[in-house]
Ligand binder design. Structure first.
Ligand code: IPE
Ligand code: IPE
Ligand code: MG
Length: 247
């Protein structure tokens, strides 16, 4: 697509109707590599470039929150070599993007079991989060060792402890109270959920938060996904009628 087509796509968007929160299941790195007879790791490397492009695109378009599913609780079951490569890539990505995040006024946050990540990754995350903590142009949420069920279990435990301590009355447990005990506390729920690579499943992502998200699944593999397709999805989103159970 040429650049004028590109910019007309952008101007076609109704900036008043943008999703505040976009969540993405970045799938298909392995298949991208397999198609080319490459090692799976090559697919992950290429996938990092897409992450960079989509973060940049969201910032430009004016999305407030972008949540990326980068590593699930189930992904720990992959080979040691693949897990180690993903951790190394994550660390490299954070280091190389720190300046860009500061420059672009992006705040980094993580959701998931950060304690399970290797020490070096945790250090770099900690650093990047500290460096970007006052930024308010966009929130980039990385889901790392994240699982929706584990998140709900964690919330239930936190609430149960408060009930036992007499700080919460069971009758005052509401949907808001549960939301406030999730990793995403204080954030609006995703308006739009995108999954690349065609799989029609949620794979344990944001189970509670996606109750009313608009879902868009594309067959494009994550390394092949780009800004133009993202803009088309946003246009499609803006054509949908969100009813929230009403008529
Ligand atoms: C997504 O790509 C990246 C992670 C889950 C970490 P995959 O590695 O799942 O790619 P496919 O599904 O095998 O193609
Ligand atoms: C979902 O992709 C997890 C991430 C994108 C991080 P998977 O490739 O792990 O999901 P399944 O195995 O196809 O359900
Ligand atoms: Mg996959």
């Amino acid at each position: 697509m040429n650049s004028s087509a590109h910019s007309s796509l952008l101007t076609d968007l109704d900036t008043a109707q943008l999703p505040a929160h976009v969540a993405i299941i970045m799938d298909g790195n392995g298949r991208w590599a397999k198609k080319r007879l490459f090692n799976r790791i090559k697919g992950h490397e290429k996938g990092v470039e897409t992450v960079r492009n989509i973060v940049q695109a969201c910032r430009e378009i004016g999305i407030s929150i972008l949540t990326l599913y980068a590593f699930s609780t189930e992904n720990w079951q992959r080979s040691k070599v693949e897990v180690a490569a993903l951790m190394t890539l994550l660390k490299k990505f954070l280091k190389s993007e720190q300046k860009e995040m500061i420059y672009n006024n992006i705040r980094l946050n993580t959701i998931g079991q950060i304690k399970r990540l290797p020490e070096g990754v945790r250090q770099t995350l900690h650093n990047t989060i500290a460096l970007t903590k006052d930024n308010n142009g966009m929130l980039l949420n990385l889901a790392l060792s994240y699982g929706g069920r584990a998140e709900i279990v964690r919330a239930v435990k936190k609430i149960a402890i408060k009930v036992r301590e007499g700080k919460i009355d069971p009758d005052s447990i509401t949907t808001e109270l549960i939301s406030d005990h999730l990793y995403t506390k204080g954030m609006p729920d995703p308006d739009l959920l995108i999954r690349t690579s065609g799989e029609m499943r949620i794979s344990n992502f944001l189970l509670w938060q996606i109750a009313y998200a608009e879902i868009f699944v594309t067959d494009t593999l994550w390394p092949d996904f780009g800004k133009d397709e993202f803009l088309h999805i946003l246009k499609d989103y803006q054509r949908r009628e969100r009813r929230f159970g009403k008529v």
